[in-house]
Design a binder for this molecule. Structure first.
Ligand SMILES: NC(=O)c1ccc[n+]([C@@H]2O[C@H](COP(=O)([O-])OP(=O)(O)OC[C@H]3O[C@@H](n4cnc5c(N)ncnc54)[C@H](O)[C@@H]3O)[C@@H](O)[C@H]2O)c1
Length: 254
């Protein structure tokens, strides 16, 4: 029996990295996956791979910061059982080098983007008897990481929004949890290393890998397995929690 048979899932940022791995695993487990992503090419490639393996996927090219675009896509889909709020962007810097436009951009994508999908999809879940929500937070929500001012702000907001939603919609049979990964090797990490540490890419990659006591970064597929568990009926008793998946980062870094 497939774990997500006949479920309809929306995954934001499903065109790359962790979101891509989640889309692929969810489709393999029987879900019809709707990919919400800005990047048409990445999202189409993921959908193509899923279909080639006999799965179901549909791409919605949209910006999660635009509420009208999100609402329009949700209306087209109809029933939705699972929402994964995964789309996110990085920012490296402390408060003194976080310009107003950087702060607003990180807030818009990482926080308002999640608000827009929650705002549009929770009423749909309610009208169909419930659902499961998974929000991508980060270790940066609960640990002071150097030079991650705006990013930490956004993931702290995700951590708290998750609790609020879990509390308010328990009565509607909607579960909501978050995942807090440490470093995961995706284009997100490669991108901020090359943008912020030009010429020192190898050194930074090693430093970021070594910062997990386990000695490496996670692979996106490892995050997808936890996402699958939390969004499946196997996790029916789990709501309002945050799950670190961090190679020991939070508790063993001493
Ligand atoms: N990679 C890590 O080390 C790590 C660690 C902890 C948490 N996270 C979180 O996991 C999530 C995914 O990270 P990733 O590493 O897979 O990133 P990624 O950059 O590989 O993929 C992000 C995807 O989101 C899409 N996206 C970005 N802005 C968007 C927007 N406005 N509208 C629609 N789509 C948009 C991108 O096009 C891309 O396909 C993010 O929320 C990130 O903060 C990542």
């Amino acid at each position: 029996m497939l774990k997500l048979q006949d479920k309809v899932a929306v995954v934001t940022g499903g065109g790359s990295g962790i979101g891509k791995a989640i889309c692929e695993l969810f489709a393999k487990e029987g879900a019809y996956v709707h990919i919400f992503d800005l990047n048409a090419e990445g999202a189409e490639n993921v959908a193509k791979e899923i279909k080639a393996k006999g799965g179901n996927a549909q791409v919605h090219v949209l910006n999660v910061t635009n509420q009208l675009e999100v609402i329009t896509a949700v209306q087209v889909i109809g029933k939705i059982d699972i929402l994964v709020n995964n789309a996110g962007i990085a920012h490296v810097g402390n408060i003194e080098n976080c310009k107003e436009e950087d702060f607003s951009k990180v807030f818009d994508v990482n926080v308002k983007g999640a608000y827009n999908t929650l705002y549009s999809i929770i009423p749909v879940m309610k009208s169909h008897g419930g659902g499961a929500i998974l929000n991508l937070a980060s270790i940066a929500a609960v640990v002071g990481i150097p030079d991650r001012f705006a990013y930490s702000m956004s993931k702290g907001a995700i951590y708290a929004m998750n609790l609020s939603v879990a509390r308010d919609y328990m009565k509607d049979n909607i579960r909501s949890n978050s995942i807090s990964p440490a470093r995961v090797h995706t284009p997100f990490v490669d991108g901020f290393i090359s943008k912020n540490y030009p010429g020192k890419e190898g050194e930074m990659f090693k430093k970021l890998s070594d910062s997990q006591p386990i000695g490496r970064m996670a692979q996106p597929e490892e995050i997808a397995k936890l996402a699958l568990f939390l969004c499946s009926d196997d996790a029916a008793f789990i709501t309002g929690n945050d799950y670190p998946i961090d190679g020991g980062f939070i508790k063993l870094n001493n």
